[in-house]
Design a protein around this ligand. Structure first.
Ligand code: ADP
Ligand code: MG
Length: 211
């Protein structure tokens, strides 16, 4: 871990239709660090992730990726380097392999030998999953495929929005194990949103609480 800040929020205020969601929000995600972001429903956790990838704009303050305002990045490039995995992972038609290929196509990236196997392994899924129809997977398996799909882009930062909130206990444990493995084997920086404070502590060295 270094002290280079990859993602930084400086005194950010956010509003929708003139209604303030939060003000004076600060966050620093360092290189190689995993940070948890918790807080009650509606406090603006998902909004923080949307601000990070410049899907919405703040009222005031700065959102920086690698010291450069996110709105000055080319959007596709920003969203390849910092991938947002939404709360309920959407699978595209076809197999898991089709889903992985699709991610590469969108970003005009070439497939490299063994890469699909590698990203599945990172989320503790074996190679057999490549041939399975994505729509038929369980919620937890879909979530792990969505994370694998994100990993293919070789991002610097992974933004996970409540990765287990829609899952039962067993699937939650499987996804937590996959994320823990990923944190161990990679030098990714991860920002995990969860309303579950216990979960945040299980994953992360640092937990930021929103009011
Ligand atoms: P959280 O992820 O912590 O549950 P959100 O970031 O989704 O919170 O939402 C924060 C607040 O902003 C909520 O009050 C929500 O209703 C509101 N909000 C979120 N998205 C929009 C939107 N597109 N338009 C208007 N209000 C929104
Ligand atoms: Mg949310």
């Amino acid at each position: 871990m270094s002290t280079i800040s990859l993602l930084e929020f400086k005194n950010v205020a956010m509003a929708y239709d003139g209604i303030i969601v939060f003000e004076n929000f600060n966050l620093k995600l360092l290189n190689g660090e995993t940070v948890g972001l918790t807080g009650p429903s509606g406090c603006g956790k998902s909004t923080v992730l949307r601000l990070a990838v410049d899907l919405v704009s703040p009222v005031s303050g700065e959102v920086l990726f690698k010291s450069q305002p996110v709105n000055e990045w080319e959007p596709t490039e920003l969203r390849r380097r910092m991938v947002l995995v939404p709360q309920e992972a959407s699978m595209f038609t076809g197999t898991v392999e089709d889903n992985l290929k699709w991610a590469l196509d969108i970003h005009k990236m070439d497939y490299r030998e063994g890469e699909f196997e590698r990203v599945l392994k990172d989320v503790l899924l074996d190679i057999e999953y490549l041939g399975k129809v994505a729509a038929n997977l369980s919620g937890g398996q879909k979530q792990r495929v969505a994370i694998a799909r994100a990993l293919l882009l070789k991002p610097d930062v992974l933004l996970l929005d409540e990765p287990t909130s829609a899952l039962d206990m067993e699937a939650t444990l499987a996804v937590e194990e996959a994320i823990n493995n990923l944190i161990k084997v990679s030098d990714l920086s991860v920002l995990i949103v969860t309303h579950n404070k216990e979960q945040a502590r299980r994953f992360t060295s640092r937990v930021i609480e929103m009011e």
